[in-house]
Design a protein around this ligand. Structure first.
Ligand code: ZN
Length: 243
């Protein structure tokens, strides 16, 4: 089974649609895992949620979902993020707000734990250091952990005391071995690794491989919609540079 793994879509529909089209033409997928922050920052929260619901995606909640549902205080966010969350709350349909409420903080499927931040702190921990990865191993029991939140794609395998991995670029394929692993597909809607293209990963459970992908999308269209919505300029500008 091939699984499309996405995270941090952030209400960026042109980016999400580019990812879905590329993943379909690149071999297709039977299942979608979404690792949180489907909304926030971007201009099309309802449309992105409808897309994911239509795909029957297995979705966990991120910190932006938590804030939109009033479960996390806005004071935990920077001013631009908080303003976008307030805007999102007004925009969201009742149906899509209900859909957000169905998303748990963590899920398990195919021996992989799905979280937004980290297994021990799903809403907030930015899991980017080997030390954090080691400290989180006791907080999940599956072989793998798929997470997002950093907006930077990453792969880390753990075999005994040995850790190996890094930041995979477009087209990088890694093998799922016998040890445990962490998989971060990067961000669909607001990449922060200096590459403005939408980021995603495909897990192939048959051959036990993960492929990391980047795909260009119409950034200007998203920026145009953000401008029209009156979203903060800092959020609009960062899409061009992928930071
Ligand atoms: Zn995010």
């Amino acid at each position: 089974m091939r699984i499309l793994v996405v995270s941090d879509i952030h209400a960026n529909l042109p980016a999400l649609d580019a990812v879905l089209a590329a993943a379909r033409s690149g071999g297709g997928f039977a299942r979608v895992w979404s690792l949180g922050d489907t909304v926030g920052y971007g201009p099309q929260p309802n449309e992105c949620l409808e897309r994911m619901q239509g795909l029957g995606a297995l979705s966990v909640a991120g910190n932006h979902e938590g804030a939109v549902l009033g479960q996390l205080p806005l004071s935990d966010f920077n001013p631009a993020a908080a303003r976008a969350i307030e805007w999102t709350v007004v925009q969201l349909s009742g149906q899509m707000t209900d859909y957000l409420r169905t998303m748990p903080a963590r899920l398990e499927e195919s021996d992989v734990t799905l979280v937004h931040g980290s297994p021990r702190d799903p809403a907030w921990e930015y899991l980017s250091l080997a030390r954090q990865a080691a400290d989180n191993l006791a907080s999940f029991t599956t072989q793998g952990c798929a997470h997002g939140h950093t907006h930077v794609p990453a792969w880390l395998s753990v075999e005994g005391q040995r850790m190996a991995g890094g930041r995979p670029g477009e087209g990088t394929t890694v093998k799922i071995g016998r040890g445990r692993f962490y998989l971060n597909p990067g961000s669909v809607g607001q990449p922060r690794d200096g590459d403005s293209r939408a980021s995603y990963a495909v897990v192939d459970l048959e051959v036990r491989r993960v492929t990391f992908r980047r795909v260009p999308y119409d950034i200007r269209e998203t920026q145009r919609l953000m401008q029209a919505a009156g979203l903060p300029a800092v959020l609009i500008n960062r899409l061009s540079i992928g930071r």
